[in-house]
Design a protein around this ligand. Structure first.
Ligand SMILES: Nc1ncnc2c1ncn2[C@@H]1O[C@H](COP(=O)(O)OP(=O)(O)OP(=O)(O)O)[C@@H](O)[C@H]1O
Ligand SMILES: [Mg+2]
Length: 220
């Protein structure tokens, strides 16, 4: 099992209490392409942040690659994120002072260590149609190019767990399909993908489908 969530709960307290996750149970195995849909504001991004250990849940257990994340130190969590998890964020969070290629190389260095590997930055730039944008800074990229850059960064270390938050936003049909195909390729190679989206079109591609509402995942 790559990832397991048991009775996960997450609340926000900002004046009125918001409980996006009440009782989330989910299992992601090697080869799974899990698609979770739900309307805006239901907690899809919150769920991915919790799975990626960027946000701590208030209750429940999160087990990644056999380790209960509650028992890991901050340093161990950071290391796990860099090596084992690829995250396509809903909002671009590339390092603004680095070019696109340098952003990818930075992700590789943090995920694979300093040496002893061959950089795949050029290969991933090519796969995502960004080879002619390698030396651009993030602000010089279009919305769709930024989205593709984040997909490249999430996949470059071949992580076992890929968390994709609306990875097809800002993309035309051709590139949206290409991104889904790349995610499915990773599943075939043994990764588990958890993707959240408003677009129910992608549910057909899923091995497991859920909708998130009232803090609960319902199998659909
Ligand atoms: N840091 C925060 N503090 C307080 N409330 C928050 C915080 N982050 C998110 N929320 C609230 O939690 C709810 C879920 O937000 P989340 O971003 O997870 O939704 P989402 O399903 O990803 O929405 P969208 O489809 O629009 O991206 C929203 O109502 C939001 O206002
Ligand atoms: Mg969101």
């Amino acid at each position: 099992m790559i990832c397991e969530l048991k009775k996960i709960e997450k609340k926000y307290n900002k004046g009125e209490e918001v409980i996006p996750l009440r009782d989330i149970n989910l299992e992601a195995q090697s080869g799974d392409f899990i698609v979770i849909e739900g309307p805006s504001g239901t907690g899809k991004s919150t769920l991915l942040y919790v799975i990626g250990s960027l946000l701590k849940s208030d209750a429940g257990d999160l087990i990644i690659n056999g380790r209960n994340t509650a028992e890991l130190s901050e340093a161990e969590l950071t290391d796990m994120r860099a090596r084992e998890i690829g995250f396509v964020f809903q909002d671009s969070n590339m390092i603004q002072a680095l070019t696109l290629k340098e952003n990818l190389e930075f992700a590789e260095r943090t995920g694979k260590g300093r040496k002893g590997y061959e950089s795949k930055a050029e290969e991933y730039l090519r796969k995502l149609g960004l080879d002619d944008r390698a030396d651009y800074l993030p602000y010089q990229l279009s919305g769709g190019q930024k989205r593709r850059a984040m997909v490249a960064r999430a996949l470059i270390n071949s992580p076992k767990l890929i968390l994709a938050d609306e990875p097809t936003n800002d993309l035309d049909e051709k590139w949206a399909q290409k991104v889904i195909d790349l995610l499915k390729d990773e599943c075939r190679k043994g990764a588990a993908v958890i993707m959240v989206t408003h677009n129910d079109k992608w549910l057909d591609d899923a091995t497991k489908k859920y909708s998130l509402s009232d803090g609960i995942l319902k199998s659909i």
